[in-house]
Design a protein around this ligand. Sequence first.
Ligand SMILES: NC(=O)c1ccc[n+]([C@@H]2O[C@H](COP(=O)([O-])OP(=O)(O)OC[C@H]3O[C@@H](n4cnc5c(N)ncnc54)[C@H](OP(=O)(O)O)[C@@H]3O)[C@@H](O)[C@H]2O)c1
Length: 356
Amino acid sequence: MSRLKAAIVGATGMAGQQFVLALSGHPLFEVVQMVTSRNVKSYGQALLEQDGSSRWTQTSDVPADMKDIPVVSSNDFRPEVMDVIFTAIESDLAKELEPQFGKTTPTFSTASAFRYEADTPLMIAGVNDHQADLIKVQQNRRGWAGFVLPIPNCTVTGLAITLHPLHEMFGVDRVLMVSMQAVSGAGRSPGVRTLDILDNIIPFIPKEEGKVRQELLKILGQKSGSEIVPADININCICTRANVLDGHTEAVFAGLKKQAEMSEIKQAIQEFNPLRGQRLHSAPAQWIHVFDDPFRPQPRLDRERGDGMTTSLGRLEPDPVLGGVKYLLVSHNTKMGAGKGAVLLAESMASKGLLD
Ligand SMILES: NC(=O)c1ccc[n+]([C@@H]2O[C@H](COP(=O)([O-])OP(=O)(O)OC[C@H]3O[C@@H](n4cnc5c(N)ncnc54)[C@H](OP(=O)(O)O)[C@@H]3O)[C@@H](O)[C@H]2O)c1
């Protein structure tokens, strides 16, 4: 069976590089086009800075099957000849470009441009698959043959994955969260200034806390007809930037409607394995790894678990203040929280026949 022709838009950036890794040698998608702001011959050339240094920041090499993929600027890109498009561009640019892509081609986006649109689901594969059908509402309303399907902000991903089994089993009614987010989460343009972040924690990330509140409630919400009714959870958070390269750490306090033994709560989290048996290429074998060691998880030690697709959770204890539990999680922001998470979503949509 021939693979679906795929393009990566924003392939040189932090999230884009993760698309490149996740799609290298992929059994379902074949990358045939990269798109950046410039016309250059190949992806290898697009990664070169003017001073000759490389923009590639991953510890593994640029995959051999990706180096020679042709690159065009977004002005010259023809979305209609692609079967699927993966985008990793800033939101203002996404607002302009993604509607053009969605007219003809299924488009999976890491940007926030479409996340809050009423006719658009906001998905993490395995967490809220029941929202997938809403993509047909977007297509009908806009008269598109394709669609634009966003994944959430990378700070929401680990939070939604860990709260989902708790919400399903015990009902979550209140959440407080404090994040310590990696510098790669800010991308490269402009990114975080070295002089600001070294030996430091920055106590504010513009617009982030509103995104966390709104997106979490949409993801854990219920579908009602052609709409998503946000989950009825009282949530607040403080989002900070920490001196960590990759991997967002989040301290979470969750109030539960139904009281339960800690052993039941731990079991619900450990057994969460929603895509089991579906044989999706990018799905982790283990969704949430629970540590008993109180010194784990740590971003440096645990972000790569399950190739960055497993959420690590520790410090799981009762919380008498909100009447539920507290815990700390580590989630890889550019893997599960961006490139590879969006590829997993595309695999899941393909398995539902929504890319045909
Ligand atoms: N970093 C994360 O952890 C993360 C996680 C989840 C979601 N996101 C979201 O993903 C998106 C990308 O973030 P990032 O961190 O990867 O940013 P980034 O590192 O700054 O990369 C931005 C990319 O956009 C490309 N670009 C700029 N202008 C373009 C144009 N006119 N046409 C086509 N491509 C253009 C750049 O390519 P050239 O410079 O080579 O032209 C670069 O590849 C954002 O919306 C962000 O919110 C990021």
